[in-house]
Each structure stands twice: as C-alpha cells, then as structure tokens.
Design a protein around this ligand. Structure first.
Ligand code: ADP
Ligand code: MG
Length: 730
C-alpha cells in the first residue's frame, strides 16, 4: 500500500457520518424473543399434549420420542415459514472456539415433478455432518469421518435471517464429545445432582439446582477501511506492530464516557437484533481503552447464556460490518492499552433462590450460605491450575499477567465481611459456635451479614475469582473464548467438592452426630484446607507471586505447560467420577489446545515476516536513501566543515535506520529458522514449548525495532495505519 492510499483511507474513515440510528416503535418487551421458538411459541404452535411432553423433556424428566419430535418439527416449520425461513441448520460449538452450521433448504420432491417444503422430526433431532475437518485431537481418524449432531431441547431454536438455527451437541460416531456443549451439559447435570443433595440438608423441598452465568463481553471497534489496510489485524486479529499513540488511555477519559454517535448507532442496532433473538441485553458502555466497549445481558441459565454469548459474538461481527466497522474480539488487539476480557459471573440457584446469596434470615440460611461459599473455594482451590488451563490461549496470554487483567495465578477475593466471618468460624470453639436450645432448635453464632455486602466486595479488580455479593466473578476468561471451557471446569469442580462434602457429612451423621453440627464441623475443616486460595491483596504485586508459590498455588506462566493440567491426575479423576469427560476426551482437548496454540503463533510469525520484508524494510530503505541523497547534496553546496556539521543528525538517522533494518532482517531470518526447528519436533507439547520459548519472544523483539522505525520514517511513506488513526477515529 502506498502512503497516499493510507491517507485516503484515513480521510474516508474520518469523514464517515453516523449512520441513522435504528429505531423500533414497539417496546423491547413487545419484540423480545420474536425469533425464538420459546415456551410461549410452543404453546401456540404445538398440540397441548405435545407441548406438555416438550416441557417434561426440557425439565429433564422425559426423553424425546420420534412421534413427539415429528409433531414439534411440524409446529416449528409452520412458525418458521411464517417468519420467512427457507433453510434450517444444526448449530454447534466445535473445539475451534467458534460455531458451525451447514444449511439445508426445506425443499423436497413432491413425487409429481414439483417441490414441497419439508422439515421432519429426524432433521430436527439429528444430523450427520462430515466431522473429519473439525478438530478432534486424534479421537476420530479421518477415515472414520462420521460425527453427529443432536438437538439440545433445553436451548430453544431460533431464526437468523432466512435460517432456522437448531442448537445441538456434536459428538463422534463412537460417542466422544467433539464440542463444548456436550460436556457442559454433563457438568451442569453433575452440579445439579451434587448441589441439590447438599441444598436438601437445609431446604428438604429443593428439587433442582441450576448454574447461572452472566457474561460481560468486551470488544473493540475499528473502522473497516483502516482494518483492511492492516494485514496483521486481518490475519491474526491483533496488531503485531504499531508504536503507542502519544495519547492513549492515560487520561481515563474513555471509560464510561459518552458513546460516540456512530458507535451508539451500532450498539442500538445490535441490541435490537439481540433482543429479538431472546438475548436479554442490559448494559452497554465505553471501556477503559480507546475504541473499546462492553455489552452485558442479564444473567441466564449457563447453557443458554453460553449459546447467547456465541450468538452475540457473531451478531457483533455482522452488525459492525453494516456500520462500516470491524469488531475485534481478540484479547489484545493493541499493545500498550487494555485488552478485552469476558467476566463470567457464576452462581448456583435452587428452584427457589440463589445459593450463594447472603445474608440469611435464619441461622440455617447462614449455614447454607457459608457451606456453598466454602465449597466453591474448595473447588477452586483443588483445581486452580485447571481453571487457569481452561482459559489460557496464545491470545489471552497477552492480557493475563499484564497489569490490566487478573494475574496468571488463580485466587479468590472475598471482601472484609466474608473474610471475617470465615475467620470467626475457623477460630472459635464448637461450643461458642453452636448450641441446641429448648426443642432441639438450632442456635448458630454466625454473625449477621449486612445487606450492603455486595458493594463491599466488588472492587478488587486484580482478583481472578472474586466474590461479588451473590456470585463469583471469574475475570480471567478471554474475550473471544467460548465461556463453556471455564464453566465446565467450575461446575464439575463444584459438583466434586459438594459430593465429597456430603460424603463426609453423612459419615458423621451415621456416627450419630447431629446434622447441622456435622455440616459445621466439615465446613470448618474445609475453611482451613482451602485457605491458600483466599487472597484479598494486590494480585499485581511481585510479593504475591512468591507468596502464591509458597501457598502451593499454580504459578506457571508458560501456556503449553499450563495445559498439562488437563491431564493431571486430579483432573482425570474429577471428570471421570463426575461423568463429564473421559481420559481419552481430555487427551484430545489437550492436544487440540496445544495445536491451536502453535498455529496461532505460527500464523503471527509468518505474517510478521511478510509485513517486515514487504512493507517496512522497503519503505525504511527508501526514506534512508532520501536522507543519504540529502547528505550528498549538502556536501555539494556547503564547505566540508559546515556540511559535516549540518549532516550530523541525518547521518545519525541513516545509521539508526540501518541498525533497525539489519536487526529486523536478521531476526526475520531467525524467526523462520526457529519455526523450522520447532516444526521438526514430533511431540505436540515439546513443539508448543519451543514455539513459546523461541518463536513468540522473537515476534515481540522484532516489533520493538519496527516501532522505532515508525517514529523515524517520513509519515507520508509509512504504509500501515497508525495507532492514533485506528484508535481515535470512529
Ligand atoms: P460489573 O461490571 O460491575 O461487574 P455488570 O453489571 O457489567 O457488573 O455485570 C454483572 C453481570 O452479573 C450481569 O450479567 C448480571 O446479570 C450478572 N449477575 C448478577 N447477579 C448474578 C448472579 N446471582 N449469578 C450470575 N450472574 C449474576
Ligand atoms: Mg463484572
């Protein structure tokens, strides 16, 4: 690209006027879930006995038979065609991080030479997409290409454009999960079972516990003309080069600032689409970095919340294009300013109320609260390394550990009141704590927890797993990740912790210990055990890194080694006992994650090499030649002594450019060689470590020299849009 082209693109972006702000006359409550076949539509479009059967299936009390499936398909077809749908697809979440779909038209021969519209129960329930090109981690060799997708009736079908989308799980022909949804659903079942059993100690009527998730999606918007002129953004989702802009986020003037008009139009458009698709969008605001924003819906049941997050990420990308933007979901699109995360607010709730909610009205409520808090900590303590592994990636590493997001050590912040409460429980004697009054009524000396706790707990932004009043907020999840990876771990670990808890409590009860005393005794034991995970201090400090290591927490920072946690004995044991993932499936997931890690860095290295050799070096050399030319001409017109004095600065620039160019060219060579050496390593883990140790650091080193060249070379010649252009023009 020539510089004139860059100026043209920048000029275009600058001129763009806000598009018309979309508006709908109806209120959101009137068009909410218009394109979703939810219970209300079921009631409307299905015969009542079929509707009842579907409710039972969704509640998990019945299996779907073919007759019901056919009847449901008939109802869905009628509804979908009324809304103009012509195609359908199973919509699933392979281990690529994105979603997958393959559309089939409703058309079928009518046997008389014409066509009819058809959509059957079989099409609704099961499809057999060729699975050979999805990552499977060696579970399914390519000659056994069949995998199949099966409808998940707990996540309603919806219409996107002209297509009926059917959320499904995706498994191999031999039954292994090839996606996120299958194990997620198993983990939700496991936590339901374990948590219901424990909740029944306190409330015998509890029948079901569900896991809730409220995600907060951060993203950047960049003008699409500028984006198109950056091969690195286009290929990798992040800028591999680019000097800091003089002004970036240091004034704190973007966060919660007034939303630029063109962006506001985009947000409005997105929200309307999302609401129509049943996503309960609530919050929108400017984030910390320039051109960075956030969208958060109201929390929902975890499986549905994850489908909605996958959907919103794709809606964001589509809608952005309509408004002349590109939406960047990469965790670190720009160096030197904040990256994007996706906080996962997680809680458990019974059919009657939230289990992590304090304060209680009764001592029993308080003990319930403490039990679920402490067992959450037990889960996170035992599997802190795995939790980190669930969110580590070649892209999220740029964000974790920088002083903007949680550090690469998982710990939990509880706030003063809750910390005091746990300490009190830990240190006082049994008799101080519990007594049985008159009619065996329980008296528990658990101090009241004031309502205001929520405010007290929220603001330690350095903590990866913070208690925020009625939920934990897992803040290490990356912006482009599928939340399921983290949610599978949290929910399964919680299921395991609660199962262990119940086994120990029941053993005491069997010995004749009164139930509440038994619970309290085990809770107090666990408060001691999980203590190392509790940390309210500054997670960015170096002292914490040492302290965390001393406490036995996982402090590993090398991504491929962090991924070992998927194969750790405690992981394998947990997932198999809770019936969520087998050892073979874990091996596959580990392999896929290593492979993805390698490929992402490989692509970055390749594109960086190309940009350096084809864009940067030629331009830097051209400018250097201009300077040299000037030096010669100065010597022609001035006496030698004057010429030497006046040429001093240019000589210095010529030299600097020469040094940077040489460094860049030599290190692009080294980068190629480092890849060549790494690629020869057969073992996936060793190869990934080689990429981590030898390839990734060179990318950053080369960058620093190119960024210096950016400061020296004539702005008119510089081929790539600069940070100040990409981040401040909307
Ligand atoms: P903040 O940025 O202050 O953390 P937000 O309002 O952006 O808060 O997002 C909080 C998210 O947490 C929302 O999605 C909200 O619905 C969700 N949330 C609130 N209570 C719960 C809960 N009990 N369980 C799960 N998520 C919750
Ligand atoms: Mg939050």
């Amino acid at each position: 690209m020539s510089s004139t082209l860059r100026f043209q693109i920048v000029g275009e972006a600058f001129k763009k006027r806000p598009v018309e702000v979309p508006n709908r006359k109806e209120r959101p409550s009137e068009f909410f879930a218009k394109y979703v076949f939810n219970r209300q539509k079921m009631q409307q479009y299905l015969p009542s006995e079929v509707y009842q059967k579907m409710c039972d299936v969704i509640e998990g009390d019945a299996v779907l038979d073919m007759a019901t499936a056919n009847a449901v398909a008939a109802g869905i077809k009628k509804w979908a065609m009324e809304l103009g749908a012509t195609h359908c697809t199973h919509w699933f979440q392979p281990l690529t991080e994105g979603t997958a779909e393959k559309h089939d038209g409703f058309v079928e021969h009518d046997g008389k030479g014409g066509m009819i519209e058809e959509f059957t129960g079989k099409q609704l329930v099961q499809q057999e997409p060729d699975a050979s090109s999805f990552p499977s981690g060696g579970i399914r060799s390519t000659f056994e290409a069949r995998g199949y997708s099966a409808w998940d009736p707990t996540s309603p079908v919806f219409i996107l454009g002209d297509t009926l989308m059917i959320p499904t799980i995706f498994i191999s022909y031999t039954g292994e999960a090839l996606d996120y949804k299958a194990p997620l659903k198993k983990s939700l079942k496991a936590v339901d079972k374990a948590a219901t059993a424990v909740a029944q100690y306190f409330y015998p009527d509890v029948k079901k516990v569900i896991s809730n998730l409220g995600w907060e999606q951060e993203y950047f918007l960049v003008d699409e003309g500028l984006y198109a002129a950056r091969p690195d953004l286009l290929m990798t989702g992040r800028t591999l080069l680019g000097h800091d802009s003089a002004k970036n986020q240091q004034m704190d003037d973007h966060y919660f600032g007034s939303i630029p008009m063109r962006v506001a139009a985009f947000m409005k458009d997105l929200e309307i689409k999302a609401l129509e698709l049943g996503i309960p969008c609530k919050t929108r605001h400017n984030e910390v970095a320039p051109n960075q924003y956030e969208l958060a819906p109201i929390f929902e049941e975890t499986n549905l919340a994850i489908d909605h997050n996958m959907l919103i990420m794709s809606l964001m990308k589509r809608t952005a294009r309509k408004h002349g933007f590109r939406c960047l979901l990469h965790e670190k699109p720009f160096a030197g300013i904040n990256g994007s995360g996706k906080h996962n607010n997680w809680s458990l709730a019974t059919d009657t109320g939230i289990l992590l909610h304090g304060p209680g009205k009764t001592p029993l409520d308080n003990l319930r609260f403490v039990t679920f808090i402490v067992e959450s900590l037990m889960a996170v303590h035992r599997h802190n390394g795995l939790l980190k592994a669930s969110i580590i990636s070649a892209t999220n590493v740029h964000r974790l550990g920088a002083a903007e997001a949680p550090p690469a050590i998982v710990s939990s912040f509880l706030g003063k009141q809750l910390s005091d409460l746990l300490e009190h429980l830990e240190t006082c004697t049994d008799d101080e704590l519990i007594s049985l009054t008159g009619k065996q009524a329980l008296c528990l000396d658990i101090p009241q927890i004031p309502e205001l706790m929520q405010d007290d707990t929220d603001r330690n932004r350095t903590s990866p797993f913070a208690f925020t009043g009625n939920r934990f907020e897992f803040r290490a999840v990356g912006s482009q990740q599928n939340c399921a990876a983290a949610m599978i771990v949290i929910n399964t670990a919680m299921a395991e912790a609660l199962t262990n808890f119940k086994a120990r409590v029941d053993a005491l009860i069997a010995e004749g210990v009164e139930p509440m005393k038994a619970i309290l005794r085990i809770v107090r034991e666990d408060i001691k055990t999980c203590k190392p995970i509790h940390f309210d201090g500054n997670g960015y400090s170096d002292a914490w890194k040492q302290e965390a290591a001393r406490r036995g927490l996982d402090v590993e920072t090398c991504a491929p080694i962090i991924l070992d946690q998927y194969l750790a004995p405690a992981t394998v044991e947990m997932f198999s006992k809770m019936n969520v993932l087998t050892k073979a499936e874990l091996l596959a997931r580990n392999e896929i994650k290593l492979d993805t890690y390698i490929k992402k860095i490989q692509i970055e290295a390749r594109i960086l090499g190309d940009i350096c050799m084809n864009h940067i070096i030629p331009v830097a050399t051209r400018y250097q030649t201009q300077l040299i030319d000037n030096v010669h001409k100065m010597a022609d017109i001035f006496p030698a002594e004057t010429a030497e004095r006046l040429n001093g600065t240019n000589m210095s620039l010529i030299k600097q450019i020469g040094e940077h160019n040489t460094f860049v060219i030599e290190n692009v060579e080294r980068l190629i060689e480092a890849r060549r050496v790494a690629n020869r390593i057969k073992n996936d883990r060793e190869r990934a470590i080689a990429y981590h140790d030898t390839v990734a650091p060179l990318i950053e080193e080369i960058r620093s020299h190119v960024d210096q060249l950016e400061l020296i070379v004539d702005d008119e010649l510089w081929p790539l849009p600069k940070y100040r252009e990409m981040l401040f023009i909307h």
